[in-house]
Design a protein around this ligand. Structure first.
Ligand code: SF4
Ligand code: SF4
Length: 379
């Protein structure tokens, strides 16, 4: 069973995004010796399973070229490493780092919230140009860059413009909804309420079904697939506990990057080379399991339990300050999954059962007609 280690070299970030809850201007930067410790730990931790690394932050490019040159050299010696990703605003990308990322086949993802005016309004003056300059540099080097777009209480009113923007870019984009945070109050006015989030997603899905061949909204692709195979495929709809771990700048291990810096969620430290059993005996692990147990009971009558799994444990636990809570985006998830189910029914009535005599295929759809949910499920 593959697993995922997120390396958080620092929680520091030079950006000034107005709704950000995760950056800390004073945060320290990971010493390369911690990467060595990560490697030594993984030599005896689940060494029969493939491990994928994601560098995340704060801003993961802050440690600079020498850090990454050494980090890749160290981690590449692990026989079970299966690849690298990085989530970054890319401001610090230059030729030298880009070449290093190409050499190590790093999959890049960056964050912009749509056209320049909207992105700069939400993320600070100059953000858009700095990020897009680097996107072009990365693409010129042959790196593929996907996007995370955060919808807020402000940008929800510009959904069409934002949609068209990513469609014109032929982008692969993942949608986040801004959430309130316990770490600071700055995020709260930007948070998207659940009704608005659900409605926004249904509105975007309406449009997307005309454009499945033009670009990719990962959330819909995964949610449709989850409905089809009745198992979550995005981390928020899968049981991430134990198969995703994050390592902070000091080697502390957490259940996911979202918990980094929260002392009560430290599961161990890479320097101690904890075993699976050690991590499972940590208080943090028990809290996450309490979340899973709560979901099993609380969501058992929900028709979407198989594809949702109670959503993201961080969202649930942190919003309620208790593991006895589901993801507060529950109502929005229900709305979207239900909408997909209803559309699927309508498609079946209109086009017949795929594969059966007389059924209409997507190749036979008329000019200007939308694709079907089944097309999305099997995309
Ligand atoms: S805690 Fe949430 S964001 Fe983190 S891996 Fe799990 S589902 Fe994903
Ligand atoms: S949609 Fe809500 S009730 Fe249903 S499984 Fe997800 S969190 Fe639980």
């Amino acid at each position: 069973m593959p697993f995922h280690i997120m390396i958080i070299p620092t929680l520091r970030c030079p950006g000034m995004c107005k709704y950000c809850w995760g950056s800390d201007k004073q945060a320290e930067i990971m010493d390369i010796s911690i990467v060595e410790n990560i490697k030594e730990w993984l030599e005896c931790f689940r060494c029969d399973d493939e491990v994928h690394f994601t560098f995340h932050g704060g801003e993961p490019l802050l440690p600079g070229y020498d850090y990454y040159k050494d980090a890749f050299k160290i981690l590449n010696t692990l026989p079970n490493h299966s690849g690298y990703s990085m989530q970054s605003n890319l401001w610090l990308l230059d030729d030298e780092i880009a070449d290093l990322l190409v050499e190590n086949n790093v999959i890049l993802s960056t964050s912009i919230d749509g056209p320049k005016e909207i992105t700069d309004y939400q993320r600070g003056e100059g953000y858009y140009d700095k990020t897009m300059r680097s996107v072009h540099l990365a693409e010129d080097k042959g790196l593929y860059v996907s996007y995370v777009c955060t919808f807020t209480s402000y940008s929800k009113d510009y959904a069409s413009e934002i949609y068209d923007y990513f469609k014109d870019l032929k982008a692969t984009v993942k949608i986040h909804s801004a959430l309130p945070s316990l770490r600071g109050e700055n995020a709260d006015p930007w948070a998207l309420n659940q009704e608005d989030y659900g409605k926004l997603m249904v509105e975007l899905l309406d449009k997307y079904l005309y454009d499945l061949d033009k670009f990719q909204i990962m959330d819909f692709d995964h949610m449709a697939k989850s409905s089809f195979i009745r198992r979550g495929t995005l981390c928020a709809f899968n049981d991430c506990v134990g198969d995703t771990l994050a390592v902070g700048h000091d080697g502390n291990i957490y259940p996911c990057y979202r918990f980094v810096g929260m002392d009560e969620y430290i599961m161990g430290n890479v320097k101690d080379k904890p075993t699976v059993e050690d991590l499972e005996s940590s208080n943090a692990y028990k809290l996450l399991h309490e979340f899973n147990d709560y979901v099993k009971e609380d969501c058992k009558r929900c028709r979407f339990i198989k594809h949702c799994n109670g959503g993201c444990p961080y969202n649930g636990i942190v919003a309620a300050q208790s593991p006895k809570a589901v993801d507060p985006q529950c109502e929005a998830y229900k709305l979207i999954f239900q909408n997909m189910k209803d559309r699927q029914k309508q498609d079946l009535i209109k086009n017949g059962i795929p594969g059966m005599p007389g059924a209409k295929t997507s190749q036979e759809k008329e000019e200007g007609e939308p694709f079907t949910i089944m097309d999305l499920m099997t995309k």
